[in-house]
Ligand binder design. Structure first.
Ligand SMILES: [Zn+2]
Length: 114
């Protein structure tokens, strides 16, 4: 289940990562949460599996953490760190919803919990 979440996450992140790390080389713009992984990246473009391994290692070592509900490590749109995201809980007797919103780009996701 964790692998699936990370796989999906990586699918979305892979092109962004490669752009950031290997074409633009603008490490200043890399978000804080990604720096522990960045340090471990090989000089050549890594394969998807290598990225997956680096990512899992970083998770194992507690260098990055996934949002417990959404499985993201950062805002999916602008890559703002999880700490910046705003959570709102609402619902009624039957259902509880958690809405997570990024104050930087307006990204928002609502999930049913419990
Ligand atoms: Zn955002």
């Amino acid at each position: 289940m964790m692998e699936t979440a990370i796989g999906l996450l990586l699918g979305a992140l892979a092109s962004w990562l490669i752009t950031f790390c290997y074409y633009r080389k603008s490490s200043n713009e890399v978000p804080e949460w990604f720096k522990p992984i960045l340090k471990k990246l090989p000089p050549e473009k890594p394969s998807r599996n290598q990225l997956l391994k680096l990512f899992q290692d970083a998770l194992n070592e507690g260098e990055v953490s996934l949002h417990p509900l959404l499985g993201h490590v950062a805002c999916p749109d602008c890559k703002a760190p999880l700490e910046d995201l705003e959570e709102k809980v609402f619902g009624d007797d039957n259902v509880t919803l958690v809405s997570v919103k990024c104050p930087h780009c307006g990204w928002e996701q609502t999930e049913e919990v419990g």
